[in-house]
Design a protein. Structure first.
Length: 398
């Protein structure tokens, strides 16, 4: 049984703050400063270029990939870390398109995170081969999987409402129709149990700066099904994924049969040091325990808000099995209300047009935090303090 009081002590959250935004950016692990200091003083400073060998920098992305792989149900050697999530989306969708060369339709949904759609649009323009992107409503996606679909691109947990797609149903139907599936696990990894191996997912990508707490802009990961490792085409053919990187051949040959072929360019080893420290927390966590506790806290939050905060309506699915680890409420004045919450050290965030999001992360959130957060929200609504002009000013990041 996971002891969440132990994990809570592993994060450095400012005194008095209730941090309900780990779904957007995780808080800093207490081990992070020492980890980056060790990298700078005991690795980069002393080893310099030797560090690629003496400190194992060259294969660190694979080692970190395996640590993340454990959290998403991936077999060892099928996940690698590097680059950004946008790059990994591009890479995975392009690979799926190459494996279905006679089809010209990419299927996603209108609730997908916009950058996934933007990257796909850019890829379609680059290909200039008659591809189209379809984006039905999320609840209708399954009905649109047909023999015409090349790739299905799905974010398992909706970034706005927390609505959770049925991964098994989508994979089974896509495979029955000969389509490939790319899963964006940005709001899943470290939030809900995932079994990409057991469900035979073709590709999965995700970031590490949300629920995995590796810091702003932390590197992304990509998983490829073992059956595809020898045939998947790396559309972005960088030297780091070459069969023999230090042969310096003029022609690209992907690493045969290994996840290394999905590496691209030289990664940030400094960022890797922070991710490595962040993943230490997960050595103490059972994902099923985390999920059960997340649901308990989310249900408490919903009950308290609905009983005490009139005018605020639930945007997330009512059924806890149908949502991820964040809860969203609609409120017409959601932006200034969230600013008033933040001013009182309850940190959530806002998504247009009217959604207030609250991440429920048992690693560092407990019942007193939930109740106190609702106390403050109730007071803001009763006093209408959100009407203060200072809360109406839109910041660059909402």
């Amino acid at each position: 049984m996971t002891d969440f009081s132990n994990t809570r002590d592993m994060f450095d959250i400012p005194e008095g703050m209730i941090y309900l935004n780990g779904n957007s950016l995780g808080p800093m692990p207490r081990a992070a400063p020492a980890a980056i200091s060790r990298f700078m003083l005991d690795e980069w400073r002393t080893e310099l270029i030797k560090g690629w060998n003496t400190r194992g920098w060259f294969n660190q992305g694979n080692e970190l990939g395996d640590r993340i792989g454990r959290l998403i149900g991936a077999a060892k050697g099928t996940t690698v870390v590097g680059d950004t999530l946008s790059i990994k989306v591009f890479q995975a969708v392009a690979a799926g398109m190459a494996l279905t060369p006679d089809r010209r339709t990419i299927l996603s949904d209108s609730g997908n995170f916009p950058t996934d759609l933007y990257m796909t649009e850019g890829l379609i323009k680059l290909k200039d081969a008659g591809y189209v992107l379809q984006t039905p409503a999320p609840e209708d996606l399954l009905d649109h999987i047909t023999d015409d679909i090349a790739v299905v691109l799905v974010t398992e947990v909706d970034y706005r409402t927390g609505r959770k797609h049925d991964m098994k149903a989508i994979i089974d139907k896509a495979h029955a129709h000969g389509a490939m599936v790319v899963w964006d696990l940005a709001h899943s990894a470290g939030a809900v149990p995932v079994d990409v191996g057991g469900l035979d997912a073709d590709f999965a990508v995700g970031c590490t700066y949300k629920f995995l707490n590796a810091g702003p802009g932390a590197p992304a990961f990509i998983h490829v099904a073992p059956r595809l490792l020898d045939v998947v085409e790396p559309a972005l053919s960088g030297w780091y994924g070459h069969e023999a990187p230090f042969a310096f051949d003029l022609d690209y040959r992907p690493m045969p049969g290994k996840i290394e072929r999905m590496r691209i360019g030289t990664p940030s080893i400094a960022a890797f040091s922070l991710l490595d420290a962040a993943l230490d927390v997960w050595d103490l966590v059972d994902m099923n325990d985390l999920r059960a506790r997340s649901i308990e806290l989310a249900e408490l939050f919903i009950r308290e808000v609905e009983s005490r905060c009139p005018g605020v309506t639930l945007a997330s699915p009512r059924d806890p099995q149908q949502r991820g680890s964040h809860v969203s409420f609609r409120f017409e004045q959601g932006y200034p209300c969230m600013q008033a919450l933040i001013a009182r050290k309850v940190i959530g965030d806002f998504r247009a047009p009217d959604i207030m999001r609250f991440g429920i992360t048992p690693l560092f959130i407990d019942e007193p935090d939930i109740r106190r957060a609702v106390d403050i929200l109730e007071d803001i609504l009763k006093t209408e303090s959100w009407k203060d002009p200072k809360y109406q000013i839109r910041a660059a990041v909402t």
